[in-house]
Design a protein around this ligand. Structure first.
Ligand code: HBI
Ligand code: FE
Length: 293
């Protein structure tokens, strides 16, 4: 089994996406074409027939494994992406998305600095990487590509409560930058937006984009007996380190998107202080007395 997630983003290691440090590869995207806010037009002409075919095959592989593993809100929204056999035009999706939740998607050349990312979310503009992985990267791509961002992230932006959470997260992120709490807030993004699970009357389901866009981690996150699944608790989550180069060792389970949105309403300043006054929890470690699924 491919124990690696479909992508790991250097950004979540605190590696700035635009200026790569020594020894690491340059970013894939063409940042020279980006505007000052890091957005760029989707250059639709860039896509080869191989790119469209890669999208078609990735989409088909994920779609057939959604039932019983992905949350209903995702399954009901995924057809909003449009035809399954061509990379969608961002403007077409934005038209539908704007009507549904006031969001739009904007092109970016790839991972962008956190402040720019938070600002876009706060403006209800979701950044979607505009390049497609190569056929030889079908099972694993180092950085999030257009498939991860479109298939993984965009459908749930059609859900009003989740869409409100994403904007609240962005607004919180802009404040976190000023409080030097980006690392803690990045864990919240990682363990909800990217790798979150939700409890439903039919059982656990995935809503995290990193899971939903992954061939192997979707089933692993729900069925693996090695994975730890812990009830969502904001401070516990923010104390918990995560891994970027394997399937997650810990997943956090929410009861509803409303629970997630409500968790972002209070000012996080005291939350950050409480988290900093407690020891870090390693990925996979379970704490006494906590709710485990
Ligand atoms: N940039 N384009 C892009 N996509 C992301 O998901 C992303 C990012 N920059 C920062 C980032 N994610 C994470 O550090 C968030 O937790 C902020
Ligand atoms: Fe992502």
């Amino acid at each position: 089994m491919n124990e690696q997630p479909d992508f790991h983003s250097g950004i979540n290691q605190g590696v700035p996406p635009v200026t790569y440090g020594e020894g690491s590869r340059p970013p894939r995207g063409d940042y020279a074409k980006a505007r000052a806010d890091y957005t760029c037009e989707q250059d639709y002409a860039q896509y080869s027939e191989a790119d469209h075919d890669t999208y078609r095959r990735l989409y088909a592989r994920q779609l057939q494994q959604l039932p019983g593993l992905a949350c209903d809100e995702f399954i009901s929204a995924v057809q909003q992406l449009g035809a399954p056999d061509r990379i969608p035009r961002f403007d077409d999706i934005s038209e539908r998305l704007m009507r549904a939740t006031g969001w739009q998607i904007v092109g970016v050349p790839g991972l962008i600095p956190e402040e720019a990312f938070f600002k876009l979310l706060a403006e209800r503009r979701f950044p979607v990487t505009d390049w497609m992985r190569k056929p030889e990267e079908f099972d694993y791509v180092v950085e999030p590509d257009v498939f991860h961002d479109l298939f993984g992230h965009v459908p749930l932006l059609f859900n009003p409560t989740f869409a409100d959470y994403m904007q609240a997260y962005g607004a919180g992120g802009m404040k976190a930058s000023r409080l030097d709490a980006c690392e803690l807030l990045t864990r919240l993004y990682w363990y909800t937006v990217e790798f979150g699970l939700i409890d439903t009357p039919q059982g656990l389901r995935a809503y995290g984009a990193g899971i939903l866009s992954s061939a192997g981690e979707l089933r692993h996150s729900i069925e693996s007996r090695e994975a730890l699944r812990v009830g969502f608790d904001l401070q516990r989550l923010m104390r918990t380190r995560y891994r970027i180069d394997t399937y997650q060792a810990t997943y956090f389970v929410i009861d509803s998107f409303k629970q997630l949105f409500d968790a972002t309403r209070p000012d996080f300043t005291p939350v950050y202080e409480a988290v900093r006054s407690q020891p870090v929890v390693e990925a996979g470690a379970v704490l006494a007395g906590e709710r485990v699924f």
